[in-house]
Design a protein. Sequence first.
Length: 607
Amino acid sequence: MCGIIGYIGSKSALEIVLDGLKRLEYRGYDSAGIAFLDNGRIKTVKCKGKIKDLEALVDKNVISSIAIGHTRWATHGRPSYENAHPHCSGTIALVHNGIIENYAELKEELKKEGYIFNSETDTEVIAHLINKYKKELSFEEATRKAVSHLKGSYAIVVMDESESNKLIGVRMESPLVVGVTETEKFIASDVPAFLSHCNETIFLEDGEMIVLTPESFKLYTIDGKEKNKKPVKITWTASMAEKGGFKHFMLKEIYEQPRALADTIRGRVLPDASSVVLSEFHLNAEEISQFKKLYLIACGTSFHACIIGKYMIEKIARIPVEVDIASEFRYREVLFEKDSLLVIITQSGETADTLAALRYAKKSGIKTMSICNVVGSTASREADAVFYTHSGPEIGVASTKAFTSQIVGLYLFAIALASSRGMITKETEEKFLKDLLLLPRMAEEALKLDNKIQQLAKEVYRKPNFLYLGRGLNYPVALEGALKLKEISYIHAEGYAAGEMKHGPIALIEEGFPVVFIVSNDIYLDKTVSNVQEIKARDGFIITFSDTLTDKIMELSDRFIHVEGINSYLNTVLFSIPLQLFAYHVALLRGCDVDQPRNLAKSVTVE
């Protein structure tokens, strides 16, 4: 997620805003910029790259008491000077976090009115709208009217060179925090940006707008009703503030999943939940309808998302899918079939083996697509088509929100494929999409299991080995659960298809050996109960995560955690969240470095 910082007061705005941007670097970004008043006129300085590059471009001799700054994590438009914030229109400059779903329609309307766009971003639409309405309205009213046209998520901070004693901030589903002293005001996407200067804060809520001057602040609803809210004192340390009060980035990112999932869904489903927006895959219905086979290729956690995708696409869209590990795929003599699509899945878009697989496929002449989190990454540039997950930067090495967002991307793609090929009815498509819209809220419910999972972790964290078992879609969930545990706790953990248990892993079972079952109320239920009974007969310690309250499973389990489900495809996300929490708490109890596990890197950019 991008970083915002704004300042108005008696001190050097440039120094404070640049310092604030540095304190937001942990959020991840690909470009940076700043806007300030210089002799009564707005001046912007921005660049692709790091804040130190931006700082080198700023004239430190300029005296300014008002400035806004931004670190951008690209969503619409590649990382570039033109797409970096702030964006300007007339006397207006603004910075923005979030995603404007209806920006394309607004952009076309503004173009017809003569507005010229200099970037590929959705943000520039907001600047032009405020400028448009300010010709007849006050700064506040123009901002209010502009945001009334926006659909999506946004946190914006706006300045106007004709009202140099004022900053305006508006929040809708994207965080915005205000710092206050008697003679200066701060506004940012996160507390660390100004915590060294001020600890009296106001946390804006969705649908609120704040007007700041050096000496005052006024809070309103977006429709203009004034509100009263007293500042609260922040007692966090700077390190705690960076993590939003969480002990580790990994835990913060686990808890960010409801928001990350919502951002992945946002703008990808028509407002009436009747259809997937195909343009978000950069493919059209005709292209999609011609694919006869898919290849899903990835490494690590993303490989497990591929296996889940295989189950989804083959079941929903009735297209054969081949899944492979990128490091193996590139060295095979693959017999590519005509009218195939190769899809690579990568959080960073820079994984060496995955990119090699992409290039191998392109040389063979088949169409390629990437499901990727980083706009402008190599994978997004080199693939023929791209779907961005929009899950935001992931600081912790062990993937959490990126993985669950990839599952959502594959779910949407499976529905798009099925619809374009006439493989599902309209009623089924709408049911799938309405289920998807429930997912962010259900992810919040899954996070409420945290206390139970902490207690479970205390019972078993000293165990040296774990076995994770699941059938069908729960098999790759078991693989991912085991990977998370071994990645961050250094416990040997193995994921296996439960039906294969008697072909080897059952030899490991002895008294107290922990076996984690992921159990769904589906066609595999009776078979899975039989697997649980076989472990029980050998005195294994059975831990069950299940969406069903079947008596037999509950009786056989030594520890049972109920996970409220939606449908078998989306339950892969809801099961993954408590398994992530379990791995986290076990690692914490073992004293491991959760965010930087030994020998691992966030992105493997060499073979």
